[in-house]
Design a protein around this ligand. Structure first.
Ligand code: AMP
Ligand code: GLY
Length: 441
């Protein structure tokens, strides 16, 4: 049953939530949008019927707020409130939630949980791995892995807990040093096989049983042009008009879709609970089958900006179907267009970002294609607060044209900022295609 006039509570205050808020506002159906974030986001504020600041990771505070606003459906943007049990608490109060309960969000919050789930339920795409709580057996396991290994700290580390051989770790000695550090900090960890290939993200809407897959997207984690520099939250992303990516094939996509489906089924068998929300599969296309790098329990940022710019189906219908377990009744479609998203970030980001400077977006000619991230507003002035500042999305018939539009728009944003002009360009994509060709020769 759809609600004739739903009251939606959107939790979170980043660019991801700005994109979700915009998709909600684009709905043809009457609704009210109430937003609740840990910081102020002037972009979200503008789209909200009411906007409140509070502790999004406090289940009691969020649910009390939801009740006071008479919310009929809640959407949780980021992972931290899911880990804190915000979805559990809202369901307890009878408010359906887009975003899994805590025991299922462990798919993102615990590397060990996910690798064990995959192994226990024979889900394909799992690299060889072993879980450690101390150094016992680490040297032997590394020996067995040889040159290609990854050490992952368990738990939510904001993307900082993963160290990859060749990239961050240059010898078994360095790997053991990192494991010693983790073990001293009483953090358990997983060591796994390093997969070689090209990464892509495959998202699915899930109501606990039915999955509706979205087109694959590729994110760019490195800070600088040509995939150099430190890892970031993501500097930009693209998707293609044919709902594939130039360096993968239909089999890769079908394998990733199948793995997303199998994971939701395995979660149900293991916990008895249905995964309701967005499932984010982080995949690597390799010389052989696709491999699972990680799962997240939410929309990706920046990938959400590509996907929601292309979504044709009314997002209110999808969100309600997730809450009501009726996703099988609706068709979810995306425009047959390419999209490119580019972030502008403060100079010095991610290690030593400049903060507190003015950002001017008034010259951006297509403000509906702009999303605000880490910015505050003082009087009429936007102020950068240090993390990823704002993103622009281009949508067109080809990646090339979408790239030009995104590039044009980010260049209309001024401040002490930089971006990656190479995201979505022919040169970078050709490198990915050549890499996959060489691996699959
Ligand atoms: P994660 O937090 O698990 O997504 O890891 C962060 C990044 O580390 C990923 O985006 C990959 O680039 C890399 N990574 C993680 N696991 C692996 C793996 N098994 N093989 C190769 N690269 C990996
Ligand atoms: N696109 C990276 C993330 O959302 O985790």
């Amino acid at each position: 049953m759809t609600n004739p006039s739903p009251i939606l509570l959107l939790i979170g205050s980043g660019a991801r939530e700005h994109a979700i808020a915009r998709a909600i506002t684009n709905s043809d159906r009457p609704h009210k949008l109430v937003t609740f974030g840990s910081s102020r986001n002037p972009g979200i504020e503008l789209l909200s019927d009411s906007n409140t600041k509070g502790d999004i990771n406090d289940p009691a505070e969020v649910s009390a707020f939801a009740i006071s606003e008479k919310a009929t459906l809640a959407i949780v943007g980021p992972e931290a409130p899911l880990e804190a049990g915000v979805a559990d608490k809202l369901w307890e109060h009878g408010i359906p939630v887009v975003g899994p309960i805590r025991s299922l969000a462990m798919l993102e919050t615990s590397k060990q949980f996910t690798r064990n789930l995959m192994a226990d339920y024979n889900i394909p795409g799992c690299p060889s791995f072993r879980y450690f709580t101390n150094l016992f057996g680490v040297a032997e396991f590394l020996e067995a892995m040889g040159e290609n290994y990854v050490v992952k700290a368990d738990g939510l580390m904001g993307g900082k807990g993963v160290k990859v051989s060749g990239d961050h770790l240059h010898s078994h000695t360095e790997a053991i040093e990192y494991c010693t550090e983790l073990s001293a900090a009483e953090s358990s960890f997983v060591i796994e096989e390093k997969c070689i290939g090209e990464e892509f993200s495959l998202f699915s809407f899930c109501d606990g049983k039915t999955l509706k897959h979205m087109p694959p997207v590729q994110d760019h984690k490195r800070a600088y042009v040509n995939d150099e520099g430190p890892n970031t939250g993501g500097m930009g992303s693209y998707s293609d008009a044919n709902h594939s990516l130039p360096f993968i094939n239909q089999t890769d996509i079908e394998q990733a879709q199948e793995i997303n489906q199998l994971v939701v089924e395995a979660l149900k068998k293991k916990t008895g609970e249905g995964y309701k929300g967005i499932l984010y599969g982080g995949y690597m296309a390799t010389a052989g089958d696709v491999k699972v790098i990680e799962f997240n329990a939410r929309f990706g940022d920046p990938e959400v900006m590509n996907l929601l710019a292309l979504l044709e189906t009314d997002i209110l219908d999808i969100f309600e179907a997730i809450g009501n377990e009726t996703l099988h009744e609706i068709e979810v479609t995306f425009k047959p267009k390419a999209s490119v998203c580019k972030y502008v970030v403060p100079e010095g980001y991610p290690d030593n970002p400049k903060k507190g400077f003015a950002v001017d977006i008034t010259q951006v000619k297509k403000p509906d294609q702009l999303f605000l991230g880490a910015v505050d507003q003082k009087d009429d002035q936007l102020i950068a607060t240090g993390s990823r500042t704002a993103a622009a999305v281009g949508v067109a018939d080809t990646i090339e044209a979408a790239e030009q539009e995104a590039e044009h728009l980010v260049n209309q944003i001024t401040g002490d900022l930089f971006h990656r002009p190479d995201v979505g360009t022919y040169g970078l994509i050709t490198k990915r295609i050549e890499h996959m060709k060489a691996l699959r020769r």
